[in-house]
Design a protein around this ligand. Sequence first.
Ligand SMILES: Nc1ncnc2c1ncn2[C@@H]1O[C@H](COP(=O)(O)OP(=O)(O)O)[C@@H](O)[C@H]1O
Ligand SMILES: [Mg+2]
Length: 389
Amino acid sequence: MKATEKIEHRYIVCVDDDRALLDGLIQQLESAFSHTHEIEGAESAREALELIGELSQGNNVIEMVISDQVMPGMKGDELLAILHQQYPDMVTVMLTGQGGLDSAIRAINYAGLSKYLVKPWNDDDLRITIRDLLEKYRLEHENIRLFEELKVAYQQLKEAQDQLIHSEKLAVVGTLTAGIAHEIRNQLTILGYAEVIKMAVPDNQQVAQYVKNILDTRNRILSIVEEIRQFARNQEQEYEKSVLPLTEVINTALNIMQYDTDAKKRSIVKEFQASPVVLLNRDKIIQVIINLIRNAVQATEAHGTITVTVSENQNHACIEVSDDGCGIAPEHAEKIWTPFFTTKGEQGTGLGLEICKRIIEGHNGQIFYQSEVGKGTKFIIELPIEQTM
Ligand SMILES: Nc1ncnc2c1ncn2[C@@H]1O[C@H](COP(=O)(O)OP(=O)(O)O)[C@@H](O)[C@H]1O
Ligand SMILES: [Mg+2]
C-alpha cells in the first residue's frame, strides 16, 4: 500500500470451521472494533485466502487475521505462513485448543505470529489483546509514515542548503570578478595608444594592419570583461523598468553590434512583425540581445546568417534570435544555462546565457531554445505585454 493512497476500509478476518464459534467471535469483535474496522469471517483456510485476495484488490487493508488451528484441509499455521509471505505487515493471531502449542510455535517461527489464544478464550482477554495488537500496528505504520516524511523533509532541506551554498559562492565570485574586471578594463585603455602609433606612421600598411589587430583584440577582451562585470552586477537583482516599444530597444542592440568586427562578417536580418510595448529595463534587454547575437556570431562561419525577429501573440511579446551555426549538442541542453559552462575554452566565460536567463526571469518572462546540431539554433524569449488602454 502506497502512503499516498487513501485507505477505504480496514479489515479483521476471522477463520474457523466451527460456524457457531466463528459467529461468536465476529460478534464480539464487532461490538468492540466496528467503529474502526470491518469484521469478516471465513469457514476454511481456502475461503479465507479467496476473501483476502478479493478484499485487497481495492484500497483496503487487511490488518489482522485470527485463525483457528485445527480445520479440515489447510491448517491454521499453514494459512498464516502463506499470508505472512504475501502480506508481511499483516498481524496474525492463532486460536488453538489445549495442547496446540506445537503448531503455535511453528506459526511463531514461520508466520510471524503475533499472539496465540487458547480456546476457550476469556472475552476481556480477547478484546484487550486485539486492541493492543491493532494499536501496535497503527503505531508501526505511523512511524513508517513519519519516517518517510522526515526523509522528504531532509531531502528538501539539503537541496535548499545546496542552493544557498551555490548562491553564496556565486556572490563571492561576483564580488571578486567585479574588482578584477574593473582593473582589466582600466589597464586596457593603454592599448588606445595604438591609434597614436598609426597616426605617427601614416603611410605604413603593415603598421595599420597591426594596429587594427591590436584594437580588434582589445575590443574582444573588453566585451569579455563586460560580460564578467555584468554577471557580477547581476548578483544584486533590483533594477528599474519602464514601458517601451520593444523594437526600438532591439534596434539599439543591433546598432551596437554593427561595430563588432566578427558580427560585421555575418548578415544580420531583422524581421519585425509587430511592435509590442513591454515593461522592461532597456539596458538589461539590450544586454540580453547582444549576448544572444554574440553567441550566434560565435556559432556561425563567416557569411552565416543571423535573424532577429519580433512578434506578438495575445499575452506575449516574442523575440527570436536564430542562426545557421553549429547547433547545441543535446547533452549540453541543461548545462548551457549554468554559470561558467562554455564549449569555447579560453574564449568563453560561460556567463552569457546565465545572465540572459536571470534578466528575462527578472522580467517575468521565459527564455528557451530549439537547436539542431549542424543546422542552427533559435533562442526564443517571451515577455509579458503591457496592456495599453
Ligand atoms: N547560438 C548558439 N549556437 C550554438 N551553441 C550555443 C549558442 N549559444 C550558446 N551556445 C552554447 O552555450 C554555451 C554557453 O553560452 P554562454 O553562456 O553565452 O557562454 P560563452 O558564450 O562564454 O561560452 C556556449 O559555450 C555554447 O556551447
Ligand atoms: Mg556567450
